[in-house]
Write a protein that binds this ligand. Structure first.
Ligand SMILES: [Fe+2]
Ligand SMILES: [Fe+2]
Length: 230
């Protein structure tokens, strides 16, 4: 009996139409090289060491990494926006210190998104632009308003990380889950410090504090909900 030959595996390499390319085409952006590199390494399983989770853990962990990556990237941009306006003022060094920590948070989640092969949020370019604008506009309103922005953002992030930790505690402790819990605990503590720094720098005395805080917290919650799924 003649055995049927299996169809030979194709060696063709197709270039996927990535979300970054989509945004490039839609709004003419051309500088998302870093995100494009992340997307490619996620899609093509590069030489980066990878962790494969069981299906139940994957269903929970992937959206967590996606939203945290988007959030830390947005935090990096918020502080960049604040530094652009207030970098040379008396609060410059304080903002710079928080920004330096946010850059490390962003780098860590860029590492994890590759390691766990998580698709980045579709709206990453939008978060980058919006977050920078949020940091810059509140800074133009004054140092206290910039600190009010920090307090509002960090309040939501601390709550968000605490919620994730509660979920992770209910899972079986595999190597991957323990690593993510450690990262989230460390970052949660640093976000809490940023929140406290904002309060110490008179955030609550900013003009229209309650309204400003409400608007920024609402925007962050919308961002979180969107980035979890998309
Ligand atoms: Fe952060
Ligand atoms: Fe922070």
């Amino acid at each position: 009996m003649e055995l049927r030959r299996k169809t030979p595996a194709t060696t063709e390499t197709r270039t996927p139409y990535t979300c970054i390319q989509f945004w490039n085409n839609v709004i003419g952006l051309r500088h998302w090289d870093n995100m494009l590199t992340i997307e490619r390494s996620v899609r093509y399983a590069s030489t980066f060491p990878q962790v494969r989770l069981n299906p139940k853990a994957k269903k929970l962990i992937h959206p967590m990494i996606r939203v945290n990556h988007a959030g830390e990237l947005a935090a990096d941009r918020i502080y960049a926006g604040q530094m652009a306006i207030l970098g040379k003022t008396s609060v410059g060094p304080t903002i710079q210190h928080m920004w330096d920590q946010e850059k490390k948070h962003r780098e860590k989640f860029e590492e994890l998104i590759k390691k766990y092969r998580v698709r980045p949020s579709f709206f990453v370019p939008l978060w980058e632009v919006t977050a920078f604008a949020m940091g810059a506009v509140t800074s133009l309103m004054g140092q206290r308003a910039a600190m009010a922005c920090t307090v509002a953002v960090e309040t939501v992030i601390v709550e968000h990380y605490n919620e994730q930790l509660r979920v992770l505690q209910s899972l079986e402790k595999t190597e991957g889950i323990e690593e993510i819990m450690e990262v989230i605990k460390t970052f949660r503590d640093e976000e809490q410090e940023h929140h406290d720094t904002g309060i110490e720098n008179e955030a609550e005395r900013a003009p229209f504090y309650d309204m400003l805080s409400f608007l920024i917290r609402s925007a962050c919650k919308v961002g979180i909900t969107t980035a979890v799924a998309l």
